[in-house]
Design a binder for this molecule. Structure first.
Ligand code: MG
Length: 451
């Protein structure tokens, strides 16, 4: 179960005649709000006070406790300010901003709902990092969003106070909603523009990191805004998530269990500035939000992922490489022919003499030419195997050997006939193809081509 602790401060500032900001911290219904009123005389004060009171009443009366109920409560607050303004002549034209945070849902589905109208803001400090959750409903903010005004010029724009949305101006107003899964150590800051215009985001973040107590931090922020000018009313409300029902620990464990992911180990424990904060498990940062969402969708229990996509991809690639290597090796082993001797007969083999790994040579052709029909000086290299690039080349080589032998026999003994050429050796081939690429071993047993 989520437990919140809040602390706030509001101040008139150094220039204004009255404080038109209102602050609501209702722990009993886990509802927190800041409103910044505007209007002549006391109208601004009435507008902001009416808004937070109506919000609280509508929230307390709401049937459901979902984020939409908070949106509806804000709409009801708008109607109440609008009705009051219409009913009271001196209050016509009054209006107010509103930012509100409420704890919604139950159990593991608890969420912080953030609604806003106008230019008051809500920030989230998580893991030492400050993030603005709301987008101002103001003319300059819209110009900046549309790229028509540089962000650094917005601060000095003459129309920087002009709002595009406020409560009480019309009978109905659109309300923006953001939801945040609460993790222990999270710190929400609600504030009026009197803080933002005086104190930079970096300075705000520094104070939020340094002071653990929400009331002390709120007072320090107000004091800082006064120190830097105090040109407007300043209101600050800080809401800390002091317990989350072990959600942060579960999320951290789930993330740690996920292979292939490395997050900064010092996340949320930024040394120095955070020493004053109580030690809490590091809550996920922005990068991890989607994982939180997935985790929440699976009922909060981390799913054991035995095989990730990356691991599968690696093994598929490895198998492809091995198949390609085997195919290449097979091609190399089987791409050539050689002539050797088997059973006293010259034989053409497909493959390499002796084979390559498990690729053994096979008999391509028995030539019918015996060792007695070739010059004796060729026998040793034939025993080792004479390589040829193709079956045709191997046949030519054999043919050349028989022709050479026949010529030698004809020269020494004209009466001996050697006209019987084996049918398998084409006699039309005339290109000499005798190989010189296979030097024969001078000692040792001849390589056995039989495999
Ligand atoms: Mg203001």
């Amino acid at each position: 179960m989520t437990v919140l602790r809040a602390g706030g401060a509001t101040d008139i500032g150094l220039v204004r005649a009255n404080n038109q900001d209102s602050l609501l911290s209702a722990d009993s219904v886990s509802l927190f709000a800041v409103a910044d009123g505007m209007g002549g005389h006391a109208a601004g004060e009435v507008a902001s006070e009416t808004a937070v009171n109506a919000l609280k009443a509508a929230w307390a009366a709401a049937g459901g406790r979902g984020p939409e109920a908070l949106v509806e409560a804000a709409r009801e607050a708008n109607r109440e300010v609008w009705r009051t303004a219409q009913a009271t002549p001196g209050l016509r034209g009054m209006g107010t901003t509103l930012v509100a945070v409420a704890l919604t849902g139950e159990g593991d589905s608890e969420e912080l709902a953030v609604v806003h109208v106008g230019d008051s803001r809500v920030y989230l400090l998580r893991g030492g990092e400050l993030e603005q959750l709301t987008v101002d409903h103001s003319l300059v903010a819209e110009l900046v969003a549309e790229g028509k005004l540089p962000a650094d010029e917005a601060e000095f724009h003459p129309q920087r106070h002009v709002l595009t949305r406020a409560l009480g101006v019309d009978a109905e107003v659109p309300v923006d909603l953001v939801t945040v899964t609460p993790f222990r150590g999270d710190r929400l800051l609600l504030c009026s523009d009197g803080l933002i215009r005086e104190v930079s985001d970096a300075q705000v973040a520094s104070i939020l990191r340094r002071l653990a107590d929400p009331s002390e931090a709120a007072k320090e922020l107000v004091a800082e805004a006064r120190l830097r000018g105090g040109n407007d009313n300043i209101t600050v409300l800080i809401v800390d998530v002091v317990d989350d029902g072990d959600k942060a620990a579960k999320a951290s464990a789930a993330l740690a269990a996920e292979p292939g992911l490395v997050f900064p180990p010092d996340l949320g424990t930024d040394a120095g500035d955070t020493t004053a904060l109580p030690a809490v498990p590091a809550a996920p940062n922005r990068l991890q939000r989607r994982r939180e969402a997935r985790l929440a969708a699976s009922g909060g229990r981390p799913k054991a992922r035995l095989v990730t996509v990356r691991v599968v991809g690696f093994f598929v690639l490895l198998v492809l490489i091995l198949v390609a290597a085997a195919a290449g090796l097979g091609w190399y082993a089987r791409s050539t022919y050689y002539v050797s001797v088997a059973g006293g007969q010259l034989t053409v083999y497909k493959g390499r003499p002796g084979g390559v790994l498990w690729f053994k040579p096979t008999v391509a052709e028995r030539t019918g030419v015996t060792t007695t029909q070739v010059e004796a000086r060729h026998l040793q290299e034939l025993q080792a195997g004479v390589q040829e690039s193709s079956l045709g080349a191997a046949r030519s080589y054999v043919s050349n050997l028989t022709q050479e032998y026949a010529a030698a026999q004809g020269a020494s003994s004209p009466t001996t006939s050697t006209t019987s050429t084996p049918a398998t050796v084409p006699t039309t081939t005339t290109t000499p193809q005798a190989s010189t690429t296979a030097p024969a071993p001078t000692t040792g047993p001849p390589a056995s081509p039989a495999g």
